[in-house]
Design a protein around this ligand. Structure first.
Ligand code: FES
Ligand SMILES: [Fe+2]
Length: 339
């Protein structure tokens, strides 16, 4: 892993003590860019990834695209007034139209120049648009994560911006010690974390701390970490016949800045073909997803307070009980360029 000592340091006056950042470079991974439902046909959106703007748009055939923001003609920003016409993205400055392959397909009054816009590689999964990022510009080393059955789509979501590198947010899921302290939950490790290429899996049984009747509500959670951009927690609720999916999606937006998108979905444990009965269950699924989102957002507030003020510790003094963190740090090295 690239550690802090050889990296530029950024001082932020808003951090307690004006502590310099121990900055981590941006890792390679698939990162969340937008919700599918935000990117409706014809819409143009600007998002931030690794300190650069990314312009997203969806063409008339329903396909999403993401490009670098500046027009090769004279540098206008596509996100500032650009629009979609059929399958083309049209620049707001002189109305040059760019085709899905990046080439200039036409101008209002003459031959198109031999210019092209650069596309990002993107994928749409479970109601999310992910974009691939690698510091060296390399193409995707692995495909975007399938973290739930393809028909499952996030129905509730919330986001915020956190002052911490993306790795710190992912590490939180493997930091078992903070669960009772910050989130007031008890835990039992059902399956120790296992690394498999760009993925890590773990299973935990979690329940609230407190008096015996309350502490009985234990739920099994399957954790899947996919690169440093996506954490998915799946927990079945058999009495209701449903499974709840919760995603924490982390996008590095700038130096030590991460957009955290939390989203939820709920689906039948045994999915069947749509029937009148299953359609009637949809409002219940949505209501449950909203409730789970509210709980998750209230829990993550405790983490955000810590992240916004802490510094990245490149050589943490780990102790017994921190094994999952050690394993995570070792696994996470694959997403950074060799020092
Ligand atoms: S700057 Fe885009 S068409 Fe001229
Ligand atoms: Fe946490």
């Amino acid at each position: 892993m690239v550690m802090g000592k050889d990296l530029p340091q950024v001082r932020d006056p808003h951090r307690p003590g004006g502590e310099p950042e121990r900055e981590l470079p941006y890792p390679s991974s698939w990162f969340f860019l937008a919700l599918s439902r935000e990117l409706t046909v014809g819409r143009v959106l600007t998002r931030r990834l690794a300190n650069e703007d990314v312009v997203l748009y969806r063409t008339a055939d329903g396909r999403p695209y993401a490009v670098r923001p500046y027009c090769p003609h004279l540098g206008a920003h596509f996100g500032s007034g650009g629009f979609v016409e059929g399958r083309n993205l049209v620049c707001p400055f002189h109305h040059f139209a760019f085709a899905p392959d990046g080439t200039c397909a036409g101008t209002p009054d003459g031959r198109p120049p031999r210019a092209r816009v650069e596309h990002h590689t993107i994928r749409e999964r479970n109601g999310f648009v992910f974009g691939w990022y690698a510091p060296d510009g390399e193409p995707p080393a692995w495909d975007a994560p399938e973290t739930a059955p393809p028909e499952v789509c996030a129905t509730a979501s919330w986001h915020t911006e956190v002052h911490a590198p993306v790795q710190e947010l992912v590490e939180n899921a493997l930091d078992y010690r903070h669960l009772p302290v910050v989130h007031h939950v008890t835990l039992k490790e059902l399956e120790a974390p296992q690394a498999q290429g760009p993925y890590m899996h773990a299973r935990l049984r979690l329940g609230p701390t407190g008096p015996a009747p309350l502490a009985k509500f234990q739920v099994d959670h399957s954790f899947l970490v996919a690169g440093l951009g996506c954490l998915r927690i799946e927990h079945p609720l058999p009495p209701l016949g449903v499974v709840v999916y919760l995603w924490a999606l982390h996008t590095p937006t700038g130096p030590a800045r991460t957009r955290l998108q939390v989203a939820t979905a709920c689906a039948d444990i045994r999915p069947s073909r749509p029937t009148a009965a299953s359609l009637l269950r949809r409002p219940m699924h949505r209501a449950l997803a909203r409730t789970m989102l509210r709980i998750a957002v209230s829990k993550v507030q405790g983490d955000i307070r810590i992240w916004n003020a802490k510094r990245y510790e490149p050589r943490p003094r780990l102790t017994v009980g921190d094994e999952a963190i050690g394993l995570f740090r070792h696994w996470a090295r694959q997403f950074y360029p060799a020092p």
